[in-house]
Design a protein around this ligand. Structure first.
Ligand code: IPD
Ligand code: CA
Ligand code: CA
Length: 250
């Protein structure tokens, strides 16, 4: 399989179908509930149908946010979120993306995040590196006096915002993990026990290849199953000093 070609074709196909709906009321029409209990909106369904139709002939297993787990008896599993940041999309906020991660017998082999508005393509190739539009990217060096994080909480560890200079909660965690990978944020944290493997699988691979440390909320290397129903906590940072600071507060 040429995963980068498959992922890019898919991203472009989704883009063509969904962008006419950007910022429209129609995009937000309620369709049903996803396996994780989230609401599926029209834009989610339109984007996912493109993905499923494209991947079906390949005979691979698919874990996708709205439909859940499709077992095809393949050694490959694609963990995909056709649109991460659908609230943003529906409201006309230009931060959302396509998240695509490939696993072979549970081991990561390829990841792509595509940002529809900037057209930036982020890729992660395990053991090789992370790329933005084909150029190598790395997490940035931590400056303890000017830490910038994305931090999702429902109150737990809220004091963390006092210990950093900037907090930016952008509403598309796949994209935010890509920003960590390229050195635009120092950390991405979600401790609501809410994100799912479909939200973070590609971002996990890309950020890790860019040098990020990615743990659960107790500082242990994050582990997730390739399952659309799992709920997770994630701490992804550029430096172990920031991890320590976060673990002390939460
Ligand atoms: C959402 C985004 C958001 C995160 C939510 C997710 P969706 O994904 O990743 O950043 O905070 O937990 O549900 O629903 O827009 O694909
Ligand atoms: Ca998502
Ligand atoms: Ca989604």
């Amino acid at each position: 399989y040429e995963w980068n070609e498959i992922a890019l074709n898919l991203a472009k196909d989704i883009e063509r179908e969904v962008m006419p709906l950007f910022g429209t009321k129609k995009a937000g029409e309620f369709i049903g509930f996803s396996p994780s209990g989230d609401k599926t909106k029209l834009v989610d369904k339109v984007a996912e149908d493109v993905v499923l139709e494209y991947l079906r002939p390949l005979g691979v297993n698919v874990v996708s946010e709205e439909i859940g787990n499709i077992e095809a008896g393949s050694e490959y599993t694609i963990v995909v979120d056709p649109i991460d940041g659908s609230f943003n999309f529906i409201q006309g906020i230009p931060i959302f993306g396509f998240s695509f991660a490939v696993f072979k017998n549970e081991k990561p082999v390829y990841a792509m995040i595509y940002e529809f508005i900037t057209k930036n393509v982020y890729e992660g190739i395990p053991g090789e590196g992370a790329y933005l539009n084909g150029e190598r990217i790395r997490v940035r060096h931590l400056n303890e006096k000017s830490i910038s994080i994305s931090f999702y909480t429902r109150g737990r560890g809220a004091r963390l915002v006092e210990k950093v200079k900037r907090t930016r909660v952008l509403g598309a965690i796949a994209v935010e993990l890509a920003y960590l990978a390229r050195g635009s944020l120092d950390g991405v944290i979600d401790i609501r026990n809410y994100v799912r493997p479909t939200d973070i699988a590609a971002g996990y691979i890309i950020a890790k290849e860019a040098g990020a440390i990615i743990t659960d909320d107790s500082g242990e290397e994050i582990k997730f199953r390739l399952d659309a129903r799992e709920k997770l906590n994630i701490i992804a940072v550029n430096d172990k000093r920031l991890l320590k600071l976060i673990l002390e507060v939460i």
